[in-house]
Ligand binder design. Structure first.
Ligand code: SF4
Length: 613
């Protein structure tokens, strides 16, 4: 069934969010036995269309003759109202087919605060929220992406989690589905096939049992052949997988309207708070000539006027100087602007920035994360005071007028002396500018986010600060920084950070809170203007779930953690060792200087090991 939506489009603010048909979007002849998959992004079109992962999977899946990948995004509130009032089910952009008629709906789990939007998409599609309440007429609900590394808060909602790189295992899963259907099997039989694939977690085959103290006592397996732990799917060679050279070009402005090429996956630095630095190991680089070719083709096929590179840290690419020089030349020749995010600020990067920004110097960003060397060692940030000041000095000499500094509050072992360090860095930079440039327009922005302990990191056992502790630190910094002329201070709200922490380390019991909060009207929780803290608090109260159990409580090493079922490739032993080193304020070297034994090489060859040794 395909819906006619012409008359509702006239009544919404941004109809282009729903019409599909953009340049390079997929059109397919429907064939017998074709698997229909809807990629669901639980936020608006403008945000979802800027997400590279969707473009990659859309491209790869639609190359398969027997798979049709379509898209859906969270509708705007105006569209939602019309859909609800007129009882129109939510539909795909490509064919306007109701989502409930798909074989699979796959949500990308990028951020814990988008979880209520998942429920809203299901609800608007007429699909029951809980997997137990769905029958075989409903699509199979998939979840993937970084938040799937702790799948448990969504384990009562999602049918299958795909852990790790999705390029290969999504196709394998759909082919298993086709075989299963061909053999006339039940859905349960299909799940039994699916668990044999690497990276597939089917929560219905596991039942956590809780002790009186609220901790997980054991996890009972309900299907003997389901794996004891689910190893993530890993693409060992990025060059071997397809990358889109003809991504979809939206009709309307999105967050990032540009060509993007992923240069590498993974990071070797080992910051102890960072989940991405663990779950995407090891570093896997794309070849330089391939990156250049992909960039060129993408620009030609889309007409974009900007090119950007994507990775966790642009200048960690081993051939960065060669790549940046070649891309700069190509962009200059074709009048394309080049943007290189998250550069390590050394002299080559300044040369590049001078070249690509010229006199239009935007703000320069540094992320020391912590104010003192002691705390930077605890988190293994690998930046010294000298690194910060010598980079800032170069920036000031080259004419930058806006310096942005990113810090985190609530890091393990943080004291007020560490906060004084933030003040000192900001005030020293102001003084340095006076010395170099005299008086005149200059600004330092100090931005503070709140530490949220994440699963699969060395800090996964640590307590999060309470709301009161966070607030005290924010006010302390505000008072300290106020007298310095030229310093702007902003900080992240504590309420969303606490909620994020509940779901980042939650177990199956927190899904009750999620569903209740959704029933109380929560959605778009990551948007300040839509966030309903009181409704969330009511949801905790009514479901009897204590948020402190998940946030401010330190865990023991022998506690069964909800995400222990997921094997990200890095061993728990390594994470423990790193946590102990953090307590002793000891650092661990970047594994480009030599392996530090995280365990990843038991599963895949680490090609970047020791390249700077
Ligand atoms: S196994 Fe060694 S080289 Fe490979 S990612 Fe881990 S620490 Fe780095």
């Amino acid at each position: 069934m395909s819906l006619n939506i012409d008359n509702i489009l006239k009544r919404v603010e941004k109809p282009a969010r729903y019409i599909g048909g953009e340049l390079n979007s997929a059109k397919k002849e429907m064939t017998e036995g074709m698997t229909r998959f809807c990629f669901a992004f639980p936020d608006t079109y403008e945000i979802g269309m800027s997400y590279l992962g969707m473009q990659i999977l859309y491209h790869i899946l639609n190359k398969e003759e027997d798979i049709f990948c379509e898209r859906v995004f969270s509708p705007g509130l105006d569209m939602e109202q019309i859909l609800r009032d007129e009882e129109i089910p939510l539909f795909t952009l490509e064919t306007k087919t109701p989502i409930c008629d798909m074989d699979f709906v796959g949500f990308t789990l990028q951020y814990e605060l988008s979880f209520t939007n998942i429920l809203n998409i299901l609800d608007l599609s007429g699909i029951p929220l809980k997997r137990e309440e769905r029958d075989e007429s409903c699509p199979i609900i998939i979840g993937g992406g970084p938040c799937a590394y702790n799948p448990e808060p969504l384990a009562d909602i999602v049918d299958i989690f795909l852990i790790g790189d999705g390029e290969e295992n999504l196709i394998q899963l759909f082919h298993e589905y086709q075989k299963s259907r061909h053999a006339g099997e039940s859905r349960e039989d299909f799940y039994k096939r699916a668990v044999k694939l690497q990276g597939v977690y089917v929560p219905k085959f596991y039942n956590p049992v809780y002790g009186e103290n609220g901790l997980i006592e054991r996890v009972d397996k309900l299907y003997e052949e389901a794996p004891d732990s689910v190893l993530r799917a890993i693409i060992s060679d990025l060059d071997s997988v397809d990358f889109p050279v003809n991504p979809i070009v939206p009709f309307i402005e999105t967050v990032h309207d540009r060509a993007v090429v992923e240069t590498f996956r993974g990071c070797t630095r080992g910051c102890r708070f960072c989940q991405a630095g663990i779950i995407y190991r090891p570093v896997r680089e794309r070849r330089t000539d391939l990156i250049e070719e992909l960039a060129k083709k993408q620009l030609e096929n889309t007409g974009h006027e900007e090119l950007s590179l994507l990775s966790l840290s642009t200048s960690d690419y081993s051939q960065f100087e060669e790549l940046a020089t070649n891309l700069m030349n190509m962009c200059k020749k074709n009048n394309i602007s080049l943007s290189l995010p998250s550069l390590r600020l050394d002299s080559f990067s300044f040369k590049v920035l001078e070249e690509i920004q010229g006199y239009k110097k935007s703000g320069l960003t540094f992320a020391p994360e912590a104010g003192s060397q002691r705390l930077r060692d605890v988190i293994n940030k690998g930046i010294t005071e000298e690194n910060i000041y010598s980079s800032v000095e170069q920036a000031l000499e080259l004419g930058w007028k806006n310096i942005k500094l990113y810090f985190m509050n609530g890091l393990p072992t943080e004291t007020f002396e560490d906060l004084d360090g933030i003040y000192e860095i900001a005030s020293n930079i102001v003084d340095l500018n006076k010395k170099i440039n005299g008086k005149g327009r200059f600004n330092v922005t100090v931005s503070v986010s709140n530490f949220v302990p994440k699963a699969h990191t060395p800090f996964q056992w640590m307590a999060q600060d309470s709301a009161e502790q966070f607030s005290e630190k924010h006010y302390y910094l505000k008072d300290k920084l106020r007298p310095i002329k030229g310093v702007t201070f902003n900080y992240h709200g504590t309420e969303t950070s606490i909620l994020e922490a509940v779901f980042a380390r939650g177990d199956r019991r927190v899904s009750k809170v999620l569903i209740k909060a959704f029933e109380l009207g929560c959605k778009f929780d990551g948007w300040t203007e839509h966030f309903k803290y009181d409704a969330w608090m009511q949801a905790f109260e009514e479901t009897g779930v204590d948020k402190g159990f998940y946030t401010t409580r330190e865990r023991n090493y022998d506690e069964i953690l909800p995400w222990d079922i997921i094997d990200c490739g890095v061993t728990k032993e390594f994470l423990k060792k790193e946590n102990e080193k953090a307590k002793k304020e000891e650092t661990t070297q970047d594994c480009r200087k030599g392996c530090v034994g995280c365990g990843m090489n038991q599963h895949v060859t680490c090609r970047m090991e020791g390249i700077n040794g």
